[in-house]
Ligand binder design. Structure first.
Ligand SMILES: [Zn+2]
Length: 384
């Protein structure tokens, strides 16, 4: 496997490259105007970017003034390099191989797969082997792999994972020894936020709330993740919902996620109906049958979540809150319930919606993370 020989280190290179990415097609004169760099600098930077295959000349453009020289247009080479992304849940793994612009070439989804420190490395190796079995030819090959972990991550180190024991493992070192390309490890909710920022949203201040076994929030502003000390920012699931309430693996009691996580709703429905196993599909079935107990449960669940969502809006004043949950995605009325309960005037202009990246927002975030690192562009927007 090849790792890239090239990195974009210089700020002006990254700046010019980002203007080219954002403008689809642009002339050197226009680049000079936008970047406020002189034409000679723009020429030498675009030459370098062409030499390393990150951009190419597309066509002769229209001349802007009568008798003026017709400009040559430049575009981003969306096929220059490859990205790997893995979302590692405690009971599933989702993975993708994509081009640098996020276009997915191949994806793998394994549901009901229990992940632990015992099998994580071999599962990751097998997944990467399958994804890269038949790699398309690109100038740079694979330029990085980002792993989404459901827990606290800081500087590529997994600090605390309440629902599986990956915190027992030095994944960064283990994988670094196996692969030539850079490895990045980041929290799942953070990546979900970055995925939304990069691939789907026009907004600059964004919060993404991920709900699975726990509840986490990712906060992005101008392409930069707000991580806090040791990556602990955005742990909305461990804000207190009920003083002295249910015990939580974090060591405290009464945390929001002990009341509002998807798994909690599933187990309540399981008990109510005497069922063996409940997941979002079972919940949807009861909802579609207009089962009164299920409707009451959904209303209660939305009320609980709205407390956390209201609080994080008051803390960070985002333009938009996107929700990444199989329940709100399959039963969109729950979003309306939540909006009704966030009635606060200070939150009146905040958009609350399901993620438009569907169940893949974390995976897209992992792709975005590698692309940001490789291209050295923080405010990277790759939405079409
Ligand atoms: Zn807790």
């Amino acid at each position: 496997m090849i790792s890239s020989k090239y990195t974009i280190r210089e700020q002006n290179e990254a700046k010019i490259l980002n203007f080219i990415i954002q403008n689809k097609e642009i002339s050197r004169a226009k680049l000079s105007e936008l970047s406020k760099l002189n034409k000679a600098s723009v020429s030498s930077i675009t030459k370098k970017l062409m030499d390393i295959d990150l951009i190419f000349e597309t066509r002769i453009g229209d001349s802007s003034n009568v008798g003026g020289r017709k400009p040559i247009m430049l575009s981003f080479n969306k096929r220059s390099s490859l990205l790997l992304a893995l979302d590692i849940g405690y009971n599933y793994i989702e993975a993708a191989l994509a081009y640098i612009d996020g276009t997915i070439i191949k994806s793998i989804s394994q549901k009901d797969k229990l992940i632990s420190s015992e099998n994580a490395i071999s599962v990751i190796e097998e997944t990467v082997r399958n994804l890269t079995a038949d790699l398309p030819e690109t100038p740079h090959g694979i330029v990085g792999m980002t792993l989404a972990i459901h827990g606290q991550v800081s500087n590529e180190e997994i600090i605390f994972t309440p629902y599986y024991d990956l915190d027992q493992l030095d994944l960064f070192t283990e994988l670094g020894a196996r692969y030539a390309f850079p490895i990045y490890i980041e929290n799942e909710a953070n990546l979900s936020a970055l995925g939304e920022y990069t691939f789907s949203s026009e907004y600059e201040k964004l919060i993404a709330i991920s709900m699975h076994s726990g509840i986490g929030a990712g906060i992005v502003e101008a392409g930069k993740l707000h991580l806090g000390k040791d990556g602990k920012a955005g742990e909305i699931g461990h804000t207190i919902f009920q003083p002295h309430g249910k015990a939580c693996p974090c060591g405290n009691s009464g945390c929001l996620e002990r009341y509002g996580a998807n798994e909690v709703i599933y187990s309540e429905l399981r008990e109510l109906k005497g069922l063996e196993k409940v997941n979002s599909d079972v919940l949807v079935r009861y909802y579609e049958e207009k089962d009164p107990e299920t409707l009451a449960l959904l209303q209660k669940y939305s009320d609980i979540l709205s407390v956390g969502i209201n609080n994080i809006i008051m803390m960070y004043a985002p333009e938009i809150v996107v929700i990444n949950s199989s329940i709100t995605r399959k039963i969109p009325i729950t979003i309306d319930f939540i909006k009704e309960r966030v009635a606060n005037r200070l939150a009146a202009d905040v958009i609350i919606k399901n993620t438009s990246l569907g169940e893949n927002s974390t995976l897209y975030g992992a792709l975005a993370f590698t692309a940001q690192k490789y291209l050295n562009i923080e405010r990277l927007k790759l939405a079409e």
